[in-house]
Ligand binder design. Sequence first.
Ligand code: SAM
Length: 174
Amino acid sequence: MIEVLRIGQRLVRDDRVTTHVALVSRAFGASRIYMNEVNPEIKETIYKVNKTWGGKFKIEFIEDWRKLLKSKKKESVKIVHLTMYGEGINHIQKKLADEKEILIVVGAEKVPREVYDYADYNVAVGNQPHSEISALAIVLDRIQQGRQFDVKYDNARLEIIPSEKGKNVRDKSD
Ligand code: SAM
């Protein structure tokens, strides 16, 4: 079971990035994302995606991410904080893949020092600054080794039939 926590966002400027963090979490196999300081419309956007393309991905707005991290630690969920200052993903991916329950933490702006201490793993996807969207996608893929792309949802309205050329989509409500 993998969940994601996104801490903070730069108001307005980050709306689209936040939506993409949620879309990647959903499409790459996480079951839930916790967020603070976000535009509440994101829930509607992502639940519309669920309705069309299936799954049960959840968005939960939280007031206090410290409280969440504390309670997850009590439940023995492993905290994986993505930061360019952490240990390299190539070295740590096997350990992460063996963990049963994981909460992946990504930042928007400067992440408070204490998150580094809460984390069981501080993980870098390369030691260059880039983006929470790309870091999250790569870590979710390394943990699940592509298995997330084989999942099919019973409750999807639309289903893509992969094709070499063009778009082939089955509408299951027809
Ligand atoms: N300057 C901020 C800091 O020092 O915390 C980082 C801002 S960055 C745009 C937003 C988030 O992207 C970070 O909090 C981290 O989760 C993720 N990120 C960016 N580069 C990364 C990297 N090389 N490895 C892992 N995560 C990264």
